[in-house]
Design a protein around this ligand. Structure first.
Ligand code: ATP
Length: 346
């Protein structure tokens, strides 16, 4: 194959996939670098899975080109692409034990038995399942099955690994543990991982970069802190974490411009109306309409001067629940650093 090792792992050049009237993927340009942990994040139906299926070769673009390390693979069948996929439902063979499930790809390639055993042992160690080779999938927990699926996908050392909501079936605690493990495994093997999820926290925890999808298009690509701290659109601000959007007259009152901006609830300081505003801060007065005590932190809903509400989150450093709840109805001054504002257009 004509691979160019210095080219991006994946390149989308104006890729579209239409199903009749539905523009599942609409003129997407994208570059994913070698060795990156890259997430495709977006709500259901935004086109993430279709992008992944086109990279895998299970689906073809209606128009545009997909390159894998510089080679145009748009019309190659899946087995001619150096990529592998881990599915949400694991797709393990129930009648085969763990070792045979993992070795399946090597068997198809007619790798000798001795080498198969050696490589299965090696990969079982990588996914922390040493000693599990003889078990059947039905004798494993959900997290263990997930690791077997991962081991099976990694054993052929694909250049790119595609993961379609692979942690979706796990409970929250296991999911969080697997997020950390998956990231560590990716670092160790150095393979490009492309991870599809609708869970923003998951994408933020694991990724080097994230593409935020909306209606078949990418709204923003950037590091987790880019998309969180500097959302480029109202959609990204709303989808990645909670954000306050301030528009029109109220925006003008605060920033001098009517342009819509977003401000994260945890960046807002809740102070007394008598507080002086510091120079690099902007502020606005308001009245606390609602207080929700959440143990670790408290969420306040503040009606601001000129209309509209802002959500403010403060950590409960010294305060007790009684103290925070008594804030309801009080006049307050909200302030935040000027550079914590993101202009989101509109
Ligand atoms: P989810 O998180 O629910 O998997 P997604 O972001 O992965 O969503 P896709 O599965 O890529 O979204 O679907 C994008 C759009 O394309 C949806 O509107 C979907 O209904 C449509 N679509 C996907 N596959 C087909 C198909 N084979 N035939 C018709 N429409 C399809």
């Amino acid at each position: 194959m004509m691979n160019n090792p210095s080219a991006p792992a994946i390149q989308f050049d104006q890729v579209s996939r239409h199903f009749g009237e539905v523009k599942a993927v609409d003129q997407v340009d994208l570059e994913i670098m070698d060795g990156e942990f890259f997430s495709m994040l977006g709500p259901s139906g935004s086109g993430k899975t279709t992008c992944l299926r086109m990279i895998a070769g299970f689906d073809r673009p209606t128009s545009g080109k997909i390159r894998l390390y510089g080679q145009d693979v748009s019309n190659l069948p899946p087995y001619d692409r150096d990529v592998n996929t881990v599915f949400q439902d694991y797709a393990l063979f129930p009648h085969m034990n763990v070792g045979d499930n993992i070795a399946y790809g090597l068997m198809v390639k007619k790798v000798a038995k001795e080498e198969r055993v050696r490589r299965v042992d090696e990969i079982l160690e990588l996914v922390q399942l040493t000693g599990f080779a003889g078990r059947k999938p039905s004798q494993l927990s959900g997290g263990q099955r997930q690791r077997v699926a991962l081991a099976r996908a990694l054993i052929n050392h694909p250049k790119v690994l595609l993961l379609d909501e692979p942690l979706g079936a796990l409970d929250l605690k296991l999911r969080q543990q697997m997020q950390v493990e998956l990231k560590a495994i990716q670092k160790r093997v150095g393979i490009t991982f492309i991870f599809v999820t609708h869970d923003q926290e998951e994408a933020i925890t694991m990724s080097d970069r994230i593409a935020v999808f909306n209606q078949g298009k990418i709204e923003q690509i950037g590091s987790p802190s880019d998309v969180y701290e500097r959302p480029s659109s109202a959609f990204v601000a709303g989808f990645v974490g909670t954000s306050n959007l301030v528009k029109g007259e109220v925006a003008k009152r605060i920033t001098g411009s009517e342009q819509t901006f977003s401000i994260r609830p945890e960046k807002i300081h809740l102070g007394s109306v008598r507080d002086k505003s510091a120079e690099d801060m902007v502020s606005i007065d308001g009245v606390v309409r609602d207080v929700i005590y959440l143990g670790l932190y408290t969420r306040y809903l503040v009606e601001i001067e000129g209309g509209g509400d802002l959500v403010v989150i403060e950590q409960n450093l010294k305060t007790t629940s009684m103290e925070v709840l008594s804030a309801k109805g009080q006049k307050v001054k909200l302030s935040w650093q000027k550079d914590h504002i993101s202009r989101v257009g509109g």
